[in-house]
Design a protein. Structure first.
Length: 404
């Protein structure tokens, strides 16, 4: 168990809030979120987005059958996308029956999309078919991708090494060779140190290898992967570098390299400040940095970061989206051991949903609230659950008054 997890348990104990056992609170939240889906009405795109979000959250929780049941509720092009993603993860978790079913259902749902939107489903299903060894489907579907952007995406996602014939591009062949190199690095990382891994292994995979080594108690390998991450992160040529700086600081704290963390923390914060406040993908990085500061004893700086982020969201994110962003921030805060702040943000997210006069928006907010609690593995308190039950019972009548 890492340092941040221990901190979280301590904070939960002090606040009187307990993390319920195993997956029961997560399962409860996800099943309750599913019950709210019929209350998102009369706008196909919003209905589809919420159904997709719940299905993917269920898949991530290992609720395979429930995830596919929700995916089949989707009436537009996203059904094929979600089924493809569920199937891919099922392969990773050795759920072959689930993966086969997802492929069949996904193929049958391709007609729900047209043009570029259909191609997005094709890409996910090609990825799944490739993992299942269905090269016939890979070839057939690859030929159906027409737009250049989606062809590039397909090339990047699928290995065509064993495909026979067909209109396979040179880019796809090069992608396949790179995939082989990355796979070699993934194989190496389970039993060797970073210096023996493939040079093509990604920074994300380096952190995964670090996590694996630390979890199995191999501190020597973990230290090697940490050094490799520290060498590679400054050279990542995209905004993702900020997130990797945050992960690096987290692992430096976990592994006891607090002197490194103190140095790299300032680099992470410097790059984070350059990202505009309105970009909602920034929120989790801020929360994680606040957790690192707290672990290093920098309580004042931790509070400052959290207060700044609250003000930034209220100022730059419209209330409808605050329902989602604040809930995700709360889940990230809980993960980082910042339970007091998590409860504050959950309270703000719920208040935005509760006061929203639009019944569809209110239902969307409640689903997002439940999904954020599922991510944190915490069930909402009884007072909030009572309010949710009241809102749930009243929404059909509210809809009827506006003719829905």
């Amino acid at each position: 168990m890492n340092l941040l997890s221990l901190t979280l348990i301590a904070v939960l104990a002090l606040t009187g809030c307990t993390r319920l056992t195993v997956s029961s609170p997560k399962t409860w939240c996800l099943l309750e979120a599913k019950e709210w889906l019929p209350l998102v009405r009369n706008e196909r795109d919003t209905e589809s987005k919420m159904q997709s979000a719940v299905a993917i959250a269920m898949q991530q929780a290992g609720m395979w059958e429930e995830a596919m049941t929700v995916a089949e509720m989707i009436e537009d092009y996203r059904r094929a996308i979600v089924l493809g993603q569920i199937g891919q993860e099922a392969v990773v978790h050795n759920q072959r029956g689930v993966a086969d079913k997802a492929l069949e259902l996904g193929e049958n749902s391709l007609s729900r999309g047209v043009g570029e939107f259909r191609e997005l489903g094709l890409i996910e299903l090609m990825d799944l078919a490739n993992r299942l060894g269905r090269k016939d489907l890979v070839e057939k579907w690859f030929k159906q991708v027409q737009t250049n952007e989606n062809k590039t995406r397909a090339n990047a996602r699928v290995s065509f090494t064993h495909a026979s014939g067909g209109d396979i591009s040179a880019m796809a062949q090069r992608s396949s060779e790179a995939e082989k190199d990355v796979h070699a690095g993934i194989q190496d990382r389970h039993g060797t140190t970073a210096d023996k891994a493939s040079p093509n292994i990604t920074v994300e995979e380096i952190f995964e290898a670090l996590d694996n080594a630390w979890t199995r108690g191999d501190k020597e390998s973990a230290a090697s992967w940490l050094q490799e991450a520290r060498r590679r992160v400054p050279n990542v040529p995209s905004v993702d570098r900020v997130g990797y700086w945050v992960s690096l600081c987290h692992w430096e704290v976990v592994t006891g390299k607090t002197d490194w963390a103190a140095v790299d923390l300032s680099k992470a914060e410097s790059e984070l400040r350059a990202i505009p406040a309105g970009f909602d993908f920034k929120y989790e990085w801020v929360v994680q940095l606040a957790g690192v500061n707290k672990s290093l004893g920098n309580e004042k700086r931790s509070r400052e970061l959290l207060e700044q982020e609250t003000l930034a969201v209220v100022k730059n994110v419209i209330p409808y989206y605050q329902m989602d962003v604040l809930g995700k921030m709360a889940a990230a805060a809980a993960d980082s051991g910042l339970m007091e702040q998590a409860n504050t943000w959950w309270g703000m997210a719920f208040a935005e949903a509760e006061k929203n006069p639009n019944p569809r928006s209110k239902a969307v907010g409640m689903i997002q609230y439940l999904l954020s609690h599922a991510r944190a593995g915490l069930k909402p308190d009884e007072e909030t659950l009572a309010k949710m039950a009241k809102i749930k019972a009243e929404l059909p009548e509210v809809y009827s008054k506006i003719g829905y």
